[in-house]
Structure formats: C-alpha cells, structure tokens
Ligand binder design. Sequence first.
Ligand SMILES: Cc1cc2nc3c(=O)[nH]c(=O)nc-3n(C[C@H](O)[C@H](O)[C@H](O)COP(=O)(O)OP(=O)(O)OC[C@H]3O[C@@H](n4cnc5c(N)ncnc54)[C@H](O)[C@@H]3O)c2cc1C
Length: 512
Amino acid sequence: MGENMTETQVVVIGGGITGTAIARELSKYKIDVSLLEREEGCGFGVTKACQGLLHGGIAHLTSRTVKYHGDVPLKDHLLRPFGLKENMQNLGREEYFSLAYVLGEEIAQPGRLVLAENREDMELVELIKQVAENLDIRGISLLDRKGVEELEPDVHPKYIGGLFDSNEAVLLPMSWAMAFAENAEQNGAHIYKDTEVKDIEEKKEYYVVKANNGSFKAQHVVNAAGLYADEIARMVGVADFEVSGWKAQMLVMENRDAIHHILCATPRPQGGRLLIPTTHESIIVAHTFDPMTHKEDRSTNEEGIARLMSWPQEFIPSISKKNVISSFAGFLTFNTRDPNDHLLEAPKRGFINAVVSAPGMGPAPAIAREVVRMLADQGLELVTRSDFNPFRNKTRRFIELPEWERSEKLRAEPGYGHLVCRCMKVSEQEVREAVRAGAKTLDEVKFRTLAGFGRCQGGFCTSRVIKIISEELGISPLEVTKKGGNSHILVAETKRCLEPGIGRLTDADARG
Ligand SMILES: Cc1cc2nc3c(=O)[nH]c(=O)nc-3n(C[C@H](O)[C@H](O)[C@H](O)COP(=O)(O)OP(=O)(O)OC[C@H]3O[C@@H](n4cnc5c(N)ncnc54)[C@H](O)[C@@H]3O)c2cc1C
C-alpha cells in the first residue's frame, strides 16, 4: 500500500447538506467513514446559496402549478400521487424538526401566505385548498382581505385574499451542513476538508479514491458532489447524465418587522416570487431564474438586482429599498437523466450516486437514511453503535440565554462580555468557541455564530473576527481567508502598504 493511502470503509464525496447528512447517519454505526470535501469548510457548494425552505403542506402543489403545462385538467395534475422527490421532502422535513434540538440548530415555522389579486387567483387558491384536503394536508386556511391583513397588516391593497399554510418552515442550510459534519466527526467520522477528488480507480473488491492530498481505499463510495456529481460519476464510467441547473440571484434585506410569514403571489406557470423571513431577522427576496452558463459563475448582475429590487414593494409597499444589505447567487440543480427527480442509485457495485435535484436541502435527512439502506443492500454491515451521541457540542447563542445563565457564563468567562458583532450581538467568546469547534474561515464563523449577518455585513466585526481566528489558530491575520483558497482579506500590514508591489500601489504610485 502506498504511503499516503488511507484505508476506510465508506468514502463520501462532497460535504454539502447531502454528504454531511449521510456521514452523520453512517456515524450511528460501527463503520469507518471518510467524508472528502474540496473546500475549506462544509456547505460551501450549492448549499450555501440555498434559501432554506422546508417545504411541507401546499408547497408541492404550488410548485406543481408553476410547472403546469395544460396537458390534463389542473386539478388532475395536482392530484397526481407524490413521487420520490416530494415524499423525501416530507420525510426529511419531519426529521429536521427532531434534529434541531439535538444539533443546537434553529428552525422557524412562519407559514406561507399565498396572496390572491383577483377572482381568478381566488379560484386557483380555492382549488389548491380542495386538493390539499383530498391529500389530507392539514393547517391550511382560506382568507379574505381582512384575514390577510391580520397576518400581514402592511400587505399591498391590491390583494383581495389568499391561502395560508401553517406548515412551511425555514432554516439556515449551511449552518445545518456544518452541524451534521461536526456531529458526525464527534461520533468518529473523519472529515477531510481541502480534499478534492481527482480520480477513482475501480478494483475488483474496492475503490481507490485519489485526491489532491492522498488516496483512500474503500469498499464503498457515495457520490454526493452536488454540481460536480456528473464528473465524479464519470470517473467510474457512469457517463449517462450531467448536472445542470438554473442560476438564481437573490437579495437579502433587513426585516425590521416588515413581514412575519413567507409571502408569495398566487402561483402561475413559470412564475414564483418569494419573500422569506429568515431565522436571523432578515428577508430573502427570491429569486431570478436564468439558465446556468458556467458552474462557477455565482456573480449577480445589474439587471437581476433591478428585477429583485422591485418585488418586495409589490407585497409590502412600505418596505424601504434601503433595507437591502446584500445580494448573492446560486444554482438550482437537476440531473439531465431525470430532471424532475433525485438520482439515488447504485450504478456499480459499492458505488452510490446521491445526486439531488432542487429543492434538495429539505430531503437531506431522508436521503441519508435511504443511502445507508442502499449501502446495506450492497453488503455494508450495519452494527449500531451504543455510544452514538446525537447531541452536538454547541450551546445556544449567548444573547438568547436567560439572564441568570448569561450572568453565570459571564462570571466564568469575561469574553462573553466583549461584543464582536454589534448587529447580531455576537460575543468574542462565541467566536473563539466556533474556531475551537473547527471553523477556520470568516464564512464558517459567520454561519456558525451569525457574526457578519447583520446590517453592516461585517463592516464592524470582520477585523475583530480575523484577529480572533489568527490568535486561536496561531497564524498571521494575513493568512485568514473568507472561504479558503485565495480569498484572503488582508494584503499586508498597514506599514508595508507604502512599499511598491504591496496592496494596490504600483511602483509609480510609491515613487510619486
Ligand atoms: C437559490 C436556491 C434556493 C434553494 N431553495 C431551496 C429550498 O428552499 N429548499 C430546499 O430543500 N432546497 C433548496 N435549494 C436546493 C438545495 O440548496 C440543494 O438541492 C442542496 O443544497 C444540494 O446539496 P448537495 O449537498 O447535494 O450539493 P452541494 O451543496 O453542492 O454539495 C456538494 C459538495 O461537493 C463538493 N465537491 C464537488 N466536487 C468535489 C470533488 N471533486 N471532491 C471533493 N468535494 C467535491 C462541493 O465543494 C460541495 O461542497 C435551493 C438552491 C438554491 C441555489
């Protein structure tokens, strides 16, 4: 065996929400698991841009309405039995609720308010309610204008009523991916970051997964590489699908009590605009929908931002555009073999494709269970670990603790009294704890503690967080990155900025 060869039983490729949920599920058993993630942290792929809706209730029906092409009467189209994708969403959703407590993660359940502008819209939402009742979906109510105003007092006067679904929930997906990975690691899984799979060699009884920093010998390989799952599949000769997608641009606004529920207009074919109140006091304005031209192009553009800027006031006229604090883009992916469903299959002995199509965050815990079942079918012995600890080592945010607990913690550790992020009220000690739990980059600290999520978007806390990361890791502040690789924040010490070739100064600048 080569020097740099690690022996393991299962290699999971990809540390997004799918791969980390699978690694955690596998860590319940006496199995040696190695998760390989090419980025410096987990959740930095498609998962990072996910708007975070845990679809339940009528979401499947509104989504079916948007995709309706008039082939059969709409009611029949809506009444079609749920497929793998919808069933997995429903199962996954339930599981997130039970996992929130043990993993120390948040879920909010604001519900979805579908707004109707005219009689035609009202008829459509009435139809959706009828179908929901036929499908035994509870918690749905039809509202007139007064009912809508009770839920959202500042809603636009053009809406005459709507449909409220109390089931829809929201969470912060990247934070959950980090939680799954941390809990898996606590239970013995090996999480290899900065580890990019370059090739896979198929042997008679096992695979050799070759990465940039070493090789892994394993009987089983799970391909959860998201956007790049097609490339990983090709490494073992499975070349009958590609991962494609739609580019979605989104805005982030401060909420300031402007909305209290997920708001959307009555679904229309090929439509869909959403205002989503997040778990951390902001609103996501979602989303534009354009073909993906390049897998790494996550840029936003003027035209997309202009379109998005006009939407919030269509729902709530009093929302100020000044509340916009950020914009970002991501990809709604699908596989070209079956664009409407996930690809969960074992195309080769011991090799599993866990390639999800959007929306694929919600089903992750259910997909994880299914993948483990498929691995067992492939001969992996599942012996339950009696020492599995479902609880993750993460305490609640300091600011949310009751006063007596805050005082007690403050007495023991004065770092809780030093505010690092003023917008989200995050203390120095919480940032230190995040780094001690494995966060090495600004983004990982951000998604673990919320430092940098607020109005000033890191204007106040970035330098402070950099300093803490550098102290905790014993590295220079110049080495601290936003998200790994070359995403350094600082170019040189202030004094050196006057030297030629440092920062933005040219030789001519320095001479002049
Ligand atoms: C705008 C938007 C809104 C969305 N809204 C929702 C929603 O409301 N609800 C919902 O359920 N879903 C939603 N989704 C979809 C959801 O985000 C994705 O389906 C899900 O996050 C996919 O997770 P994943 O782990 O499969 O992929 P990823 O998160 O992309 O993870 C794959 C990982 O593999 C790594 N990787 C790739 N190649 C290699 C390699 N060679 N070696 C090692 N590692 C590799 C990547 O770095 C990445 O971290 C949304 C997506 C977007 C973009």
